[in-house]
Design a protein around this ligand. Sequence first.
Ligand SMILES: Cc1cc2nc3c(=O)[nH]c(=O)nc-3n(C[C@H](O)[C@H](O)[C@H](O)COP(=O)(O)OP(=O)(O)OC[C@H]3O[C@@H](n4cnc5c(N)ncnc54)[C@H](O)[C@@H]3O)c2cc1C
Length: 500
Amino acid sequence: MASLAGIEHWDEEADVVIVGYGLAGATAAIEARDRDPGADILILEKLGAQHAGGNSRVSGQSLLISKDKEALKDYQRALSRPNPIPEEMLDAWAARMVELEPYIEARAKEAGARYIHSAGWSERGRILEFPEYGAEQAVAHTATILPVPSGVWLAFEACVKRRRIRIAHDTPIVDLVQDPDTLEVFGVIAQRGERRIAVKAKRAVVMACGGFENNLDMQRNYFGLAHCAPLGTPGNTGDGIRILQKAGAALWHLRNQGQSGGIWPGFRFPGHDTVFLRTLFWQSFSWIDIASDDQRFFDETAEWQLTHYKQKLQGEYIDTPHHRVGRMHMLFDETTRRHNRLVTEVMTWNSVVEGYGWSEDNANEIERGWIVRGESIEDLAARIGRDPTAVAATVDRYNRACREGVDTEFGRNAATLQPIAAPPYYAIEIVPAIVCTGGGARRNIESEVLDHAGRPIARLYEAGELGSMFSNLYQNGSYLTEAMISGRAAGRNAVARSPW
Ligand SMILES: Cc1cc2nc3c(=O)[nH]c(=O)nc-3n(C[C@H](O)[C@H](O)[C@H](O)COP(=O)(O)OP(=O)(O)OC[C@H]3O[C@@H](n4cnc5c(N)ncnc54)[C@H](O)[C@@H]3O)c2cc1C
């Protein structure tokens, strides 16, 4: 922490300083302004205006809508069983969740956007992830705000703009200003170009600066992932965790199972900081995935997106194996190449913010060398540095399963057993891709950051996926709604404080 006594002058000041301009930060700002129209609110965002919006902007924009508080509580309690969420937090969260829909509709209306029941890019009106734990009862709808992509983010961004809330871009915070004895927070230290600036927060600071998806060292040490990369913003590098640790906060949920959002198959290429997400919807199935031993390793065509890439083994959900099988490739034939754009365009940083337009028939990516082509399976295997005989044997075994209509190895759905038989053949390397992380400072439902004795640190709030309450499994649409609920609590409580 930076000590208050060491501050000679403040470069800027505001009543409430909000760190991070994703959905949690935007919601906190909207709420603070609406509760006190005279309050001066300042958002400090690490990235430039073109790149703001965080994971919120590039997410699937699915919102969980629930109408049954008790059913929602029971469901989430079951999902969090190995690391229980404090019961009073769960209760208040569920109560706020069942009242959230009119709030979201009001933001859409204010922005002149359309609120709909459905994720916008899937036929399903409801995405039910874990029926055996009570999804049917807990989830009333999956909802979103149009357009696809980014609709929810765009609506909240429009609401921030309408309120003329100040935003300082390219201004990452690096520290909190505190009293070293009491831990009370008085402002932040931020980096502006070459200069460190001190920003006074007369009432409070809200930390809403996301997770550590783009910090490999934290991934390795907190979660044990050897190599992985983010699907979302490159700006989330765990700064909030480092800063809150220094500030004396207790940490939690750093190693939630699979970081709740799961570990998905992605594609990464030089010149791109983040990862492309493999498509979720297939027109043909003449493809398999192989691991470092040249063998298949899981049921590739199960709808893993419906459990956030968790598989049930021995009665418990764990992550699918992508993060622990070494170097992976997807192998496919000409039929799959021609009929499937290999990546999704409705979410992820590369598609939504960088605007990379992946070619419909993957031809440009073959041209770039991202997809490798071979005239035979053996030729392809040699080109990607694998054992041609072993890879050919794996493909032969899979093609035999297709002829027999039964995948005895992994139980792949018979309707998706299509042989890899139309030359030429192709390979693309798969990397484990992170949706989002949830670890951060322990907080309560009022978004107050707690110290190691469970006491709130005065004038310090936290919202969104930084310090998320989700500790284990996760239902689609819960992170964005949590960003709203925790952001609203943070904004409301921060602005209610008297200036110091
Ligand atoms: C591909 C993808 C799909 C997803 N789909 C869904 C979905 O459909 N439904 C759902 O509920 N959730 C989904 N999620 C998860 C959800 O998007 C996130 O959990 C949520 O957006 C987090 O919001 P946030 O405001 O906490 O963080 P973010 O939106 O990530 O914002 C954090 C901001 O903080 C900034 N920042 C970082 N460090 C600093 C610093 N030192 N100083 C200042 N600013 C800083 C970052 O640049 C960023 O702009 C998805 C995520 C991804 C990546």
